[in-house]
Design a protein around this ligand. Structure first.
Ligand code: NAG
Ligand code: NAG
Ligand code: NAG
Length: 411
């Protein structure tokens, strides 16, 4: 139960104040009158503890967080939502705009947010969602702990709804997220969707290597997104870049454990759209199952993924350092993939691998890959696994510089 007396208390207090609060039972103006914000250098600070949040690690503070957000979002001038030091438990939290406050609005998380472990508390696939906001800065050094451990066993039932994502950017423009820690999400850790101009940097994401579907950061239908200078280790892709993405930069990421830096999976749903302009550069992968990966499904809609660059990537003990797999998870659907891949570049990929075939270009026979570049590849075996080779089917590729293992012969 969520602070059962809270709503009535607010109404009574409004009546006592005897002002226009009755007209504003939505809570916004009322909350502002009851909890006037602290001002720091012109910025109004909306501290969640002034709105009923309790830092005891168990009280559900979701409603208090939402009230504080509404007050900040609807205030005039610069505004900051503050989650101070302490342990705050919360169920589903929606930070919904559009806001009146001066752009960008700040959300500063200094404390630890702990998710409620009951999956029925989450109705929209997210634990915390920022939606319909133009201009937001998220920071604070705090931790967003999804406490997914108890739920991961249910993630395997593939046809059920996915477990909640810890933080979703939904229909957001001009947002920045930095200096935050994510641990043990139920589903994905961070998702950016239907959004543009999002800058994510200096964050840490950590979940066990065996936790299912705990992708670090997932993008879909997103334009102009940078993900940089972050350390990500999970049980699934460190970063996964889905359909409808355009002009994406992923740089200076340290990834592992996990399934690597992935484009896709693409082509699972009929409504998917094209992907174009993706640079993944200056990254290090440690002990991951994949490195630079593109994955698409069989029996897909006819879409294109083009202009993709993987460059300056260091691999340590990676299983599939370079892999295009257009037969991803497709045993049940015989029809080849209709995702057309072209203008794909793997440049300066080096380090060690635990696979005998560390370079695999396995494309669709219906839509062969076009314009694949392999340049300056230097992969050496980790441990006594013998000489390394490359494999290829249905790809037109060209090479530059030195290749170790040697270029494949394409079937
Ligand atoms: C992403 O980085 C590029 C290159 O550093 C920069 O020009 C662009 O403005 C950045 N975009 C965002 C959304 O931060
Ligand atoms: C990648 O690293 C190189 C060499 O350190 C540097 O010159 C370049 O600016 C880096 N690019 C990005 C986007 O990090
Ligand atoms: C491509 O993938 C299919 C299905 O997993 C597999 O049977 C085939 O051997 C692969 N081809 C190459 C060249 O790796």
């Amino acid at each position: 139960m969520v602070n059962p007396g809270g709503g009535r208390g607010t109404v009574e207090a409004c009546l006592v104040l005897g002002i226009a609060c009755l007209l504003a039972l939505s809570g916004v103006r009322c909350d502002q009158l009851l909890h006037p914000p602290r001002r720091l250098g012109g910025e109004a600070v909306f501290d969640v503890t002034k709105f009923g949040a309790v830092a005891d690690g168990s009280t559900d503070s979701a409603i208090a967080l939402i009230r504080a957000w509404k007050a900040a979002c609807n205030s005039n001038g610069a505004a900051k939502l503050l989650i101070p030091r302490g342990e705050f438990a919360a169920g589903e939290v929606l930070f919904t705009g559009p806001c009146i406050a001066k752009k960008p609005i700040t959300i500063e998380i200094q404390g630890n947010l702990l998710a409620y472990e009951d999956p029925s508390a989450y109705t929209g696939g997210a634990w915390i969602m920022l939606e319909k906001v133009d201009g937001a800065v998220l920071k604070g050094g705090g931790t967003i702990n999804g406490r997914g451990k108890m739920l991961w066993q249910y993630a395997e039932t593939k046809d059920g709804p996915p477990l909640p994502v810890s933080f979703v950017f939904q229909t957001v423009q001009n947002a920045q997220m930095s200096n935050l820690n994510f641990v043990d999400s139920m589903g994905f850790h961070v998702k950016v969707t239907d959004s543009s101009n999002v800058d994510i940097k200096n964050i840490k994401i950590r979940a066990p290597g065996k936790s299912p579907n705990t992708d670090g950061i997932h993008l879909s239908s997103a334009i102009n997104v940078n993900i940089t200078d972050s350390i990500i280790g999970t049980g699934d892709d460190c970063v996964s870049i889905g359909h409808g993405t355009y002009n994406i930069l992923v740089a200076r990421i340290i990834c592992g454990p996990g399934h690597g830096l992935s484009v896709g999976s693409l082509g699972k749903r009929p409504t998917e759209t094209n992907l174009k302009g993706l640079t993944i550069i200056n990254c290090t992968l440690v002990g991951t199952t994949n490195g630079a990966r593109i994955k698409t499904y069989h029996a897909s809609p006819r879409i294109q993924a083009t202009s993709i660059l993987f460059q300056d990537i260091l691999m340590e003990r990676v299983k599939n350092p370079i892999i295009i797999d257009q037969h991803y998870d497709s045993k049940r659907r015989p029809e080849q993939s209709s995702v057309k891949l072209s203008d794909i570049h793997f440049r300066n990929i080096r380090g060690s691998t635990i696979s005998k075939v560390p370079v695999k270009l396995n494309c669709s026979s219906m839509f062969p890959c076009q314009g694949v570049e392999l340049a300056d590849i230097n992969l050496t075996p980790f441990g006594p696994i013998g000489p390394l080779t490359s494999a290829c089917s249905n790809a037109k590729f060209f090479i530059r510089g030195k290749l170790n293992p040697p270029a494949p012969v394409c079937k």
